[in-house]
Design a protein around this ligand. Structure first.
Ligand SMILES: Nc1ncnc2c1ncn2[C@@H]1O[C@H](COP(=O)(O)OP(=O)(O)O)[C@@H](O)[C@H]1O
Ligand SMILES: [Mg+2]
Length: 233
C-alpha cells in the first residue's frame, strides 16, 4: 500500500472552540491509484488532505507514505517530506502574480531532485504558447493548468488536489480532469482528489466518502469512465 492511514484523529481549538474533525480514519491507497474523497462541506476532506500532505499536524494515529511515517515528524522533516514527495493543487490557483507562467513553474523545479523536462510539461499541458504570460493574462483554466504544471514539475509521487475544478466551468473542468488522467497514466502518479462534484468519482480507481470525520463508504470502481466521457461536470 503506497498510502496507509490508521486511526487518524485530528481536532482544532480548545475549550468552547474545541472541535473533533477526523474521528479515527483508516484507509489505504495503492501506488498509481487515483482516489476521490467525497463528503459534504465540513466533513473533514481538506483536513484529511492537509494531514496527509504534512500541512497540518496529526493528533494521533498513523499516516505512512511509501512506508515512511509522517506522524511525529518535526517541521523541518515535514518540509523535506513535502519537497521530496508531494505536489499540491488547490481550487484557487495561488500563482505568484508578478512571475510568468514559466517562472511560476521554475520556482518548484529548483527544489526538485528529479524534475521533469519543462518544455515537455508545457507541451503536455498546452502552455507552450502562454509560458511568458503573467497569471492575470490567463483564463481560469489556463491558470489551473499552470498550477498543475507547477505541482508536477517535481515529478511528485503523490499529488494532492483540493477541489481542483471547483472554480471552473464544466468544459474546462473536463479538460483539467483529462489532463490529470493522462498524468496518472504517464507518470503513475498516485492522486488524492477532494471534490464536491459527484461525477468525478466515476473516473477514478477508488472512492472514499467522509461523513462527520469518519469514513462512511469506500469502494473501488470495477469499471472507470474516461474523463472525456464524464457527464454533469
Ligand atoms: N484551521 C482550523 N481551525 C479550526 N477549525 C478548522 C480548521 N480547519 C478546519 N476546521 C473545521 O473543521 C471542520 C472540517 O473542515 P474541512 O476539513 O475544511 O471540511 P471540508 O473540506 O470537508 O469542507 C469544519 O468544521 C471546519 O470549520
Ligand atoms: Mg475543503
Amino acid at each position: 500500500m503506497y498510502l496507509q492511514i490508521e486511526n487518524l484523529q485530528k481536532s482544532y481549538g480548545k475549550d468552547e472552540s474545541f472541535i473533533r474533525v477526523l474521528k479515527g480514519v483508516s484507509t489505504g491507497v495503492e501506488r498509481g491509484q487515483m482516489c476521490v474523497i467525497q463528503g459534504t462541506s465540513g466533513s473533514g476532506k481538506s483536513t484529511l488532505l492537509n494531514c496527509v500532505g504534512g500541512l497540518d499536524t496529526i493528533d494521533s494515529g498513523s499516516v505512512k507514505v511509501d512506508g515512511k511515517e509522517i506522524f511525529g515528524l518535526k517541521p523541518a522533516q515535514l518540509s523535506d517530506y513535502r519537497r521530496d514527495n508531494l505536489g499540491f493543487i488547490f481550487q484557487f490557483y495561488n500563482l505568484v502574480p508578478n512571475l510568468t507562467v514559466k517562472e511560476n513553474i521554475l520556482i518548484c523545479k529548483h527544489i526538485a531532485e528529479n524534475p521533469l523536462d519543462l518544455d515537455d510539461l508545457l507541451e503536455t499541458l498546452g502552455l507552450t504558447e502562454h509560458q511568458n504570460k503573467f497569471p492575470a493574462q490567463l483564463s481560469g483554466g489556463q491558470q489551473q493548468r499552470c498550477a498543475i504544471a507547477r505541482a508536477l514539475i517535481k515529478n511528485p509521487k503523490l499529488l494532492l488536489c483540493d477541489e481542483p475544478t471547483g472554480a471552473l466551468d464544466s468544459s474546462t473542468s473536463r479538460d483539467i480532469l483529462v489532463l490529470l488522467e493522462e498524468i496518472n497514466r504517464k507518470y503513475n502518479t498516485t492522486m488524492l482528489i477532494v471534490t464536491h462534484n459527484n461525477s468525478i468519482k466515476n473516473m477514478v480507481h477508488k472512492v472514499i466518502r467522509l461523513k462527520d470525520g469518519m469514513i462512511r463508504e469506500e469502494y473501488e470502481n470495477a469499471v472507470r469512465v474516461p474523463a472525456a466521457e464524464l457527464e454533469d461536470l
